[in-house]
Design a protein around this ligand. Structure first.
Ligand code: MN
Length: 256
């Protein structure tokens, strides 16, 4: 029996990037698609806990869910797919997921969810491709997935893959780049004279860093970034230990 690979995305079950990814991975295992019924970009790691999820079986191994990408992975790994997947792959996202922006990404969060559930996981994104072709990214996804299946990833670590707009010059292993927030909130007035706001407008600006995922993709390379799920800052942890006694003393009621 071929190993099961779970494929999801945040652009919706009908997105061309998802189709290209599922097709590319067919040679590596039995591909199950469990994906949101409509676009869920930039929903981050949200789970739907306050209403029931409905699943629409589109064909034997393709399911549409009225939920988030992380819902889809949770459902897929914990019950919907008959056999435990050996790999979760999210994508191919329409648009890159680089640097600090990965924290907003539904695509990356789907791979985070897979990793939390103990399944080796990766996210694949393509900078808006010319002519909408996902051919290069699909090939990259298959090559990297093959390597990941062969070698595995460290515990609690996922892989974030970004493919440049033009045919890639090669692959680079990178670290996350850092975003600089320069844009302002846009405030306008609605027809009833009440203000409304747009956030997240404008082009993102990035700190200069040759070793970053952003630099790699800008220079035409595929970027592979291993992401650890442990967000603890161990340096700060060491330095803050002395806060314990001081803050604890303040917490205790004083003697009159
Ligand atoms: Mn998306």
């Amino acid at each position: 029996m071929a190993p099961v690979i779970l494929v999801t995305n945040d652009d919706g079950v009908h997105a061309p990037g998802l189709r290209a990814l599922a097709a590319a991975l067919e040679t590596l295992g039995q591909v199950y698609v469990v994906a949101p019924e409509r676009e869920q970009s930039v929903v981050g790691h949200a789970l739907t806990l306050h209403r029931p999820l409905r699943v629409d079986r589109l064909d034997e191994r393709r399911f549409a869910v009225n939920g988030t990408p992380s819902d889809c992975v949770n459902l897929g790994v914990l019950g919907l797919v008959p056999e435990a997947p050996v790999l979760v792959v999210a994508g191919i996202n329409h648009g890159s997921n680089l640097g600090d922006d990965v924290t907003y990404s539904g695509t990356v969060s789907a791979a985070v969810e897979g990793t939390l559930l103990g399944v080796t996981s990766m996210a694949v994104s393509q900078a808006d491709p010319d002519g909408g072709s996902f051919e290069a990214a699909a090939l990259v996804a298959r090559l990297v997935a093959t390597r990941v299946l062969g070698e595995g990833l460290p515990a609690r670590t996922m892989l974030n893959v970004n493919v440049p707009r033009e045919p890639p010059r090669g692959m680079r292993v990178t670290r996350l780049g850092r975003r600089t927030y320069a844009e302002k909130v846009v405030q306008e007035m609605d027809p009833r004279g009440r203000p409304y706001y747009w956030i997240g407008g404008g082009q993102p600006l990035w700190e200069e860093d040759e070793a970053s995922d952003i630099a790699a993709v800008q220079q035409g390379f595929v970027s592979l970034t291993p992401l650890g799920l442990d967000l603890t800052h161990y340096g700060a942890l060491g330095r803050m230990v002395e806060w314990e006694a001081g803050l604890s003393a303040l917490l205790r009621p004083r003697a009159p």
